[in-house]
Design a protein. Sequence first.
Lengths: 320, 219
Amino acid sequence: MSGHPSVVAMTANSLLQVILVILGGPLLLGLMRKVRCRMEGRAGPPIRQPLLDLRKLARRERTRPEESSWIFPLAPVVLAATILVVAAIAPMLTTRPAFGWAADLFAVVFLFLLGSVFLALGALDTGTAFGGMGASRAMTIGALTEPALLVAILALSVPARTSNLPAIISQSLDHPAWLATPQRVLALVAFVIVIIAESGRLPVDNPATHLELTMIHEAMVLEYGGPDLALVKLAESMRLVVLFTLLANLFIPWGIAGAPGPSHLALSVVATAGKVAFLGIAMAAFEVTVAKLRLFRVPELLAGAFVLAVLAVVSALVVA
Amino acid sequence: MSGSSYSSALTLAAGAVLVSAVATVWLASIRSVIQVVAVQGIALGAVAMILGAHRSDPGLLAAAVVVLVVKGTVIPLLLGRASGGNTGSRESRPLVNVPASLVASAALIMVALVTGRGVGTLVGSTAGALVPMGLATLLIGFFVLVARRRPTFQIVGLLMVDNGIALTAFLCTAGFPFLIELGVSFDILLGVVVLMVFSQRLRIEFGDVDIDELQELHD
């Protein structure tokens, strides 16, 4: 039956999305690290190095702080699970994933937020100074990034008149004129700033250092080790892939499979991987050129992203 | 000019006016704020130009030229010159901090959208739909006027209020008649010159122009 893929095919699509996200996360990090090293004149580790690191961590013994409760081991699991759910339901390879009706804008942002909140709770649960400091900083930033993410995508949902992500993407495929409007540019800028903040990259946070004055994400995961740390690292890299894919598909939707069938899907895998790799290389190149912002300037940047997103929604409403 | 490219060009120009108003709230260095004022003046001139070309109204086109010259060139140059050597200085202690100001301007934009939509539907067409952007620029201008301490920023706020009024007027009607636009532009120009001279004198007299530091009047 053409036009309506079978349940089996849709489930296969979603499984493929999940597997590609799990593998693609560490590989994307490896690629970004490689690009950075090359631009700084170093050879850099091989691209598959993060995967090897994860294997090494996963084989180690599980440790936990003495005073911690059940929240501590639960936090990485919840973080990884929420991102896997997003990876399964979001329109990453096809505009018709299984449970695509559930890939509502609000649901997806809520899932991202749930993961971050649990990671912050896990950090607080350790009872160490660094954990509390990291959690407080992460929540300060999260309080501005999550609304900005929500409002930026809301600007895209105004012309489509739906908050369902697959529907937004398939409608923008049908109306190429929507792709070059001012509100989309504003939403794009806001979205990019949000991704930088969400994934804890420069200039908001520096994933390569453990400097107590500035670290945000690393301070939260300081107490994790072994398989738990592997899960946190894997989840963070998967979050980056999911956000990049959403960015690519929402703003440059060409290449995503709009129709069922293995040939469309194969093409979509190649196109999406290409788009995500391009975004990763661009972000790594950007990171080489910027310095980290002072921690007190970060809320300014994020509030700016939020206002840009609001402007995008307002102009979308005005034009509509 | 075809219908859709007219409306998207008009949206882009009006959007640029509003985005530069938000940029003023965001930025702290005087030099970049003066550049933003120039961008806003040019965008406002572009709005008048696009409307004039669409309605084939020579008066509006002449008003556009006046706006481009006065608000896009002369006033930014004057502001840059009057701030003298210290264009690199920053607004260090605004009354409302930057993140809160940005969130407040988001709220002001929403207020403008809610209140301006009625006017917009009354006017109709693309231009009418953009009226909330003019009102938002006006409100953000008032906010800058209130929330900043440095005189340069307060003058910029005043300019922004005027730009907001001008944008709303251009969009609502066919703009002011040319002579009135000319008069208003030169009024503003004169106001800016007087304010700059005044703040210059204050700085020479007291070494600083922070208005909160002026606690008593001298003879």
